[in-house]
Ligand binder design. Sequence first.
Ligand SMILES: [Zn+2]
Length: 239
Amino acid sequence: MPSTLQPSEKADLISAAVTLRGLDVMGPGGTKEMRSNGDDDMGMEVSQPSGKMALQELMAGNKRYAKGHAKHPGQTKGHRIKVAKDQRPTVVVVGCSDSRVPPTMIFDQGLGVIFEVRTAGHVVDEVAMGSIEYAVTHLGTQLILVLGHTGCGAVTLALTGQKPKGNMASIAEALMDLADEVQGVTDDPVGAAVEMNIRNVMEQLTLEGPITSDLVRKNRVLVAGAVYDMVTGRVRVLR
Ligand SMILES: [Zn+2]
């Protein structure tokens, strides 16, 4: 995607947006109870946790998952029937389609928590942006988490400059700037490009998406970015 900002400027911009909201996922917390989504809730915003709290819940779940202590919440028959009536997801995860990075599993969450928008290389086109807009306007979701992962095939392909066949070319095209953006990085260029791709999509959401950028400006939606390590199972939030 076109951008006139330098990578360091992008990072500053994003971290400023996150810092403004006092995000501190490394702090003690992380286990706060979410307010219940009872049937009598009339206002969506009242019934859902803030973006910051939602992120803390995800990180607590990821810690359980990575340690092999997943609780697999929200997967009973009773819960399934309960959430069939309505959905109030606490987060939109904009992630890669990779079969090894399923958000609900790696964050140890249940049905109805994560609204997933997944494409190869988490490319956000108009349809993906529309899906995100739906969640933040109709479902009251206050957190958008852009989730990249180690060893991303789409990002790796983009760095080769090859143009794949068919509609796959549109993925490579969307990611083609990454090669320039990590030029000169000799130590783990794929890792650097994965982070850059996350920051690019965060910038797209915070500055370019007409609805998401407006909600971010009004402090009604938090945009965060994170990298999932496929070996350790840990998610690291970008600063
Ligand atoms: Zn990937």
